[in-house]
Every structure is written in structure tokens, then in C-alpha cells.
Write a protein that binds this ligand. Sequence first.
Ligand code: CP
Length: 342
Amino acid sequence: MTWTRTDLLGIEGLEPGEITELFDTAANMKEISSREIKKVPVLRGKTVINIFFESSTRTRISFEIAEKRLSADSVNFSASGSSLSKGESLIDTARNLEAMSPDIVVVRHSCPGVPHMLANRLDCPVINAGDGAHEHPTQALLDAFTIRERMGRLEGVCVGIFGDVAHSRVARSDMLALSKMGARVIIGGPPTLMPLEAHSLGVEVVGRLEEMLPEVDVLIMLRLQLERQKQALIPSAREYAVMYGLNPARLKLAREGVIVMHPGPINRGVEISPEVADGPCSLILDQVANGVAVRMALLYLIAGAAAKARAGEGAPRIWREGDAATTPRAARKRRREEERGG
Ligand code: CP
């Protein structure tokens, strides 16, 4: 195992070799989910706290299942019903959870940067399960893993990402992950739902689905993120479906064998019609299934790297003899500063 990373805060900063190691590990993890007894003891005795300050179905349950299949003890924390409603701050909440000695913290929050802040303050590995409109790294990893599994490669595959790109953390992480792995990426959507800096993201940009469809091997449709839109950016969901939605008629413009994906949750009949979402081109539920394997691989690799860091192995990047930074937290902070060039 060459993986040395003890947090996963974003795709930015991940090396292609790390992504490949994670995918190869996930491919091995998949088999565990098909066994009669879906459990291996690799994280026995480890505690993972899933802190979700935002709603989630897929990510939270996928992490919990991944943790349980690795025999970790999972604890789920959601903001509603917690002492946050009594005025306790986020960092105090996190430090109190840390005092109970978790081995890994998984966090989702509506504010970009919260996982980074926790990683700098807490003495255990932190995994970003989605921070505002910034990043959703495990979704991008499972998306890229699903494409690699179906196509046999990522290099040279043309992937279109269409819809509410401006508000989508999935789009941002997908663009980063797929570009790093050598895919050709095209993004598109209505002008009001495209980021202002779209043309400087290093990917191709189109306005209409009809322009993208003949080019792509894989099409990732994005959900309209109405909860993140601060003003009305489209006339109506119905009009969006008519002008920009993926339906059987539009799908005919795509290459034979095109794959359709969606991170979920789907707005059925808005960005994607039920016929396409449930049709033969759709890999939407394969994405969900692969999410468990990818998160199992990630938890396994991060727990292994954290154990090595504690034991002083893999020292060159995170700890040097004579450093004052001898705790894992201080060592991680130093490593991040070095990675940022600070
Ligand atoms: N794809 C995704 O993040 O779904 P959830 O919001 O249900 O976790």
C-alpha cells in the first residue's frame, strides 16, 4: 500500500496514482458486498462518526454501510436534535465528539471549507462528504470508478456534465477527477446556471444539450439545486424540462452505447425523464452500488495511513525527527501547509 493520505478533503491535490490505487482497492472491495456474510474485520475496534449537517440519503447510508461492512462501529450525528440548537458552536460540537476518541470523522456541511477547518482542529482523519457548492470528492470518485468499470478506462473517454453546474459540488469534483485521469470533459447548461469562470476551468463549454450529445461517451445529468439558488434562475421546472431536460427524443442524438449517469437525488421529469433514468443507458443505481465499494476502499486506505502515521512510518512527508509537530494533528497540519506551498 502506497497511500499516505490521512484526510480526504477534496479531489484537488489528489494524484492520479492515488486515485488509481483507490479504484483498484474498491474493485477488490466490491466482492465483499456480494457475499452471504457481507463483513470483513479490517476496521474492527475502530469508531467512525458521520456528522451530517445537511440532508443526505445516498452518501450517509453508503458511508454507514461501508463502515459496517469493514466492521467499524458507526455513529451517526445529525444537526437536528443535537445541542447545536442550544447554541453550541460547530467547533465545540466537533471537539466534544473528538473527546470520545473516534478514529475517523465523515462530515457534510452547507458551508464550503468546514471539513478543512475540522481537519485542522481535530486529532483524527476527516473525510469530506460534501461542503456547500465546493466539493463532493467521494461522489466524484464513485462516478469515475463507475465509468472506468464500464468503459475499461478513463483516458480519452469523453464525459459531458450538464445542468446546474454553478451550484454543483459534484460537477466541480467530477471535472477535477475526470480531467486528472485523462478524460475529455465538456460542461454545459443554461447561461444562468453556469459558473462565471466556466471558460477558465480547463474544460470545454457548451450551452445546449444538443451540442454535447453527439460528442460524449458518458453523460452526467445534474440536479437543479433549488436549495442553493438565491434567486429565480429559471422560469419554471416545466420550462427547464422542455428546453434542457434529457428525454428519449434528445437521447437519440447521442452515440450508440452512451452511458447516462446522475448523482441523485433525481428530479424526475425535470433534468431527466423517467424513461431515461430507468432505461437501458442508465447507470444511476450502479453508481449507488459502487459508492459503497469506493467508500470502503477510502476508509480502509485512510485508516491504514493513519495507523502508519501514528507508528512513525511513512515519516518523510508528515513528520521529521526533531520537529515540535509530533502529534498526528500537528503533523497533518504541517503536511497540508507544505502541500499548499505555505
Ligand atoms: N449524491 C448525493 O450526495 O446524494 P445524497 O445527498 O442523498 O447524499
